[in-house]
Design a protein around this ligand. Structure first.
Ligand code: NAG
Ligand code: NAG
Ligand code: NAG
Ligand code: NAG
Ligand code: NAG
Ligand code: NAG
Ligand code: NAG
Ligand code: NAG
Ligand code: NAG
Ligand code: NAG
Ligand code: NAG
Length: 506
């Protein structure tokens, strides 16, 4: 991987958890982005304590007063060839550190809020990982002023320009990149990748100078893709959540139904919003439409239950996943060690309000996703079966009704059981490079509930982007044998149910 880190490995081991090493601050000043810089620390010894595994944490400064916080972890094996995965949480305005500490990062914070333990199912077992708090104001990030996904995409592009310009991250310019996100990330993922591809094309034809940022794969769990389809699916899901049954009383369901289809109801207001497309003059219509749907459908749908996990009640004193990481990030020692200068805001209300006011909550995120699917861009859409908020019935309906060549085939393809060690953990179906999965026993923050299953899915995506390069020294590589040629052909993985079963028993 990047030479400086490699070179520092021998002593990284010894100073891994020493505070003095963590206080060594590095600065990189961009020559291309005015006021652009990186301010970071290396090998803080926080969270990833596996010896020899490097990390970098700090700020990507885009202007004098606006910075994105990032936390990078090397892959636990083959970091110099493993892909780089970008993880973003949703919200909008929620920190990527939710994903890091609650879902799939190198460590989990213990109940004392002060100590951590290694996560054997960390995604850096298979890939280099970079967690970024965005937009401005989320997590440890500073600044403000981003109120929609288009603006967030431009910011992230600039952030990658600064990262790739630096010696610290230069080695990743040509690396396979994976985009992984959840929930509101259903907006971020498709829009960011589409914008990056447009920028890449401008670089290719000589009209823009910069580093190309080429994502090879997109994975979205529990996505909020489309208000009309997903508010409607709340009705169906609450009436009969597959495998769990009816979630609310019949009278609640009837009132939701009235709120959905009534005059000036959720549906007709959303249709008014959709009719305006992305016109900012319609922002207020979209904001109001979403609010009507929240009141009329969402709140009744989750009454008495945890919106993120139907198996938990709303008044649980200590809901799963726990939030001990907030105490940990509140400690001055932690913040000093990792180079965080600002206060941590797990989910920023001001970002929420800004996006709310921009009307984006009432708008569909499907068109750019459909265009990527139509271009056979590798996509994994996976959903925890116990999530109410972005339930799998609605996400599935969104995927089969969006405009792309595979929608009817996907609809007509049955879900196939996916087994780990003899237990059915998920159901899967694919059309070429597009895969949909319903994951059993998981709520909204999917990997938090089923870390082992999630790592297996993730490792599969990593192998897909790595193509036939997979070999015995790579995490999760397949045993050699007569299936190898097929297994190493990227899109064949998911579409062949019989192989899936076979594969999952490695
Ligand atoms: C970058 O931003 C961080 C956080 O706001 C700040 O602490 C740091 O001084 C900035 N560094 C540079 C070089 O601008
Ligand atoms: C950041 O600084 C710019 C001018 O450099 C100013 O326009 C903007 O309002 C500032 N934003 C914040 C959040 O302070
Ligand atoms: C580069 O491509 C963009 C669109 O992809 C186009 O608008 C622009 O005119 C092209 N520039 C050149 C120099 O070809
Ligand atoms: C969104 O805006 C509406 C209308 O102003 C308001 O009622 C609602 O509380 C806002 N929601 C959020 C999450 O900011
Ligand atoms: C499926 O996608 C096609 C475009 O390929 C579109 O014309 C059609 O309306 C879509 N089907 C549904 C059910 O939405
Ligand atoms: C999708 O499949 C379901 C049955 O599983 C069927 O009722 C529905 O009409 C199909 N939708 C389309 C657009 O073909
Ligand atoms: C899939 O798994 C479920 C749950 O274990 C089981 O009930 C069902 O029979 C399985 N279906 C097939 C085709 O094996
Ligand atoms: C799947 O994606 C890979 C990598 O982008 C591409 O080479 C391949 O052609 C795609 N598969 C299909 C069936 O389009
Ligand atoms: C296996 O992969 C590793 C890391 O990508 C590489 O260093 C090694 O040369 C590969 N071995 C073979 C036999 O291809
Ligand atoms: C982590 O990767 C190693 C190979 O590099 C593999 O043996 C191990 O099974 C992986 N751990 C998990 C939990 O998948
Ligand atoms: C490949 C690799 O580094 N695997 C590690 C996975 O994480 C556990 C710690 O939880 C390590 O013991 C393994 O070595």
């Amino acid at each position: 991987m990047f030479p400086c880190l490699l070179a520092s490995f021998s002593f990284a081991l010894s100073f891994a958890i020493s505070a003095s090493a963590a206080s060594t601050k590095h600065t990189f000043r961009s020559q291309t982005v005015a006021d652009g810089s990186l301010a970071y620390v290396k090998n803080s010894g926080i969270c990833e304590t596996t010896s020899g595994v490097g990390q970098v944490s700090g700020y990507i400064n885009l202007t004098k007063n606006a910075s994105l916080w990032f936390w990078f972890f090397e892959a636990r094996s083959s970091p110099d060839s493993a892909p780089l995965t970008l993880w973003l949480n949703g919200g909008p305005g929620c920190s990527a550190l939710l994903g890091l500490f609650q879902e799939h990062g190198p460590c989990t914070v213990n109940a004392d809020g002060k100590t951590t333990r290694l996560n054997p199912y960390s995604w850096n077992n298979s890939s280099n990982m970079i967690y970024i708090d965005q937009p401005f104001g989320a997590g440890f990030s500073t600044g403000s002023g981003v109120d929609d996904t288009d603006a967030a995409a431009r910011t992230m592009w600039t952030a990658f320009q600064i990262l790739f310009e630096s010696d610290e991250f230069a080695a990743f310019r040509s690396r396979d990149l994976i985009f992984a996100t959840e929930s509101y990330g259903a907006h971020f993922g498709p829009v960011f990748i589409t914008y990056f591809n447009e920028q890449n094309a401008l670089i290719d034809n000589g009209s823009l100078a910069g580093h190309k940022v080429i994502f090879k794969s997109l994975m979205i769990n529990d996505g909020k893709h489309d208000p009309i389809i997903q508010y409607q699916s709340l009705l169906d899901f609450v009436a009969d959540a597959p495998g769990y049954g009816q979630l609310q009383t019949t009278s609640t369901i009837n009132s939701m139904s009235a709120a959905w289809s009534g005059t000036a109801g959720c549906l007709s207001q959303l249709q008014g919003c959709y009719a305006g497309g992305k016109e900012r003059t319609d922002d207020q219509i979209c904001t109001a439409a979403n609010q009507a749907c929240m009141t009329g459908l969402f709140y009744p749908a989750i009454r008495g239950r945890d919106s993120d996990d139907l198996r938990q009640t709303s008044n649980t004193l200590s809901p799963f996943p726990p939030t001990y990481y907030k105490n940990f990030l509140g400690l001055l020692e932690t913040r000093e060690a990792i180079g965080a200068a600002s206060k941590f805001d797990a989910c920023s209300n001001s970002v929420q309000s800004a996006f709310n006011a921009s009307g984006e909550f009432g708008r569909t995120a499907l068109p750019p996703l459909a265009a990527l699917a139509n271009a056979k861009f590798p996509i994994l859409i996976w959903v925890g079966d116990a999530d109410i908020k972005a339930n799998w019935v609605g996400v599935h309906r969104a995927m089969v009704s969006m405009s792309w060549y595979g929608n009817l085939t996907l609809n007509n393809t049955a879900l196939t059981n996916w087994t780990i060690d003899g237990t059915v953990v998920a159901q899967v179906k694919s059309v070429d490079n597009f895969t949909f999965s319903r994951v059993f026993g998981a709520g909204h923050n999917l990997p938090a509930f089923v870390p082992k299953t999630a790592l297996q899915f993730f490792t599969r995506v990593v192998q897909d982007v790595s193509g036939g390069e997979s070999n015995g020294s790579r995490p999760g590589s397949q045993p050699s044998g007569k299936n190898e040629a097929i297994l190493h052909r990227p899109h064949a993985f998911w579409s062949m149910a019989s192989f899936l079963l076979l594969l999952m028993i490695f």
